[in-house]
Design a protein around this ligand. Sequence first.
Ligand SMILES: [Cu+2]
Length: 347
Amino acid sequence: MIKFLVYVAIILAIFAIGYLVRVFELASSLKGNKPEEVTDNDNKFMSKVMLIALFALMAFTAWTLITYAPLMLPEAASEHGVEIDWLYRFNWAIIFLVFVLTQILLFYFASKYYGRKGNVATYIAHNNKIEMIWTVIPAIVLSIIIIFGLRAWNKITAPASENAIVIQIYGKQFDWTARYAGVDNKLGDSNYKLITDENALGMDSTSEAGFDDIIVKNEFHIPVNKEIEFKLNAREVIHSVYMPHFRAQMNCVPGMTTMLHFTPIITTAEMRKKQYVINQMADINSRREARGENAKEEFNYILLCNKICGNSHYNMQMTIVVDTEEDYKKWLASKKPYFGKKIVTNK
Ligand SMILES: [Cu+2]
């Protein structure tokens, strides 16, 4: 009800301002002034408004930066994530510099050279020198950005190294499954025709490479400072693996295998000890408490589906735990292979 009254008040205020302007115009026309004519005094007034607008714009920009900076992506926890963030900040620095410079010049000139009676603007039809400047400088800056970007992109999308740990991430409506390649680091064959309620991934029980494959749900572990190669599959529609802390995202497409790889550099335990993470979690938990929820949440890396894939898409996620190598091995050893067979390898 109060909201409704506020809206009514705003609409009435707009009408009131309209009428006031009309009254002002009528009064000045009675005095013999032409209301539509712009006088030198009007221009001078607007030149001051330009300066005020410049300060207001800069103050607003500073405020949004301070207010919304905490909502940017969390700290990068993968090797290439650090590089992506560096590129991102580099781009921001250039954009910010150009923004501040051009806006200051724009408003300052508009304020300084306001219209005066009898003044005529200088028309420049063509000037090679200034055209050269505004073409060459942006071209150089853009080339630098593109070269840095391409170098990073080539590194990120290059094939994973031979000894990267292979993990399959399988998406279906509406959950994720992770499959570890086991001792041989090779995933066994699978076939969609073999999919049943028990064999959700359609694993082929005659494929030897798959005998030691381990299947986990809800949560999967990876060791820190080791390259992980993800092989991504989907059952029925396109899903998208998104691991924001690791700056990694790739679509999972039915009928094909997509891949991505990264090296995590911060363990979950290390992340939980960081002061800003402690503060963030305290903030989240205090808001939960205010809502009457008891469960305390701890920081966790997360894998999300980033393709709207159906009505429970929002809840399609998995916890990622980055362990020390020792803890990772312990965790993996506690899991039983899906087919329950030990594989004999000569590796
Ligand atoms: Cu999905």
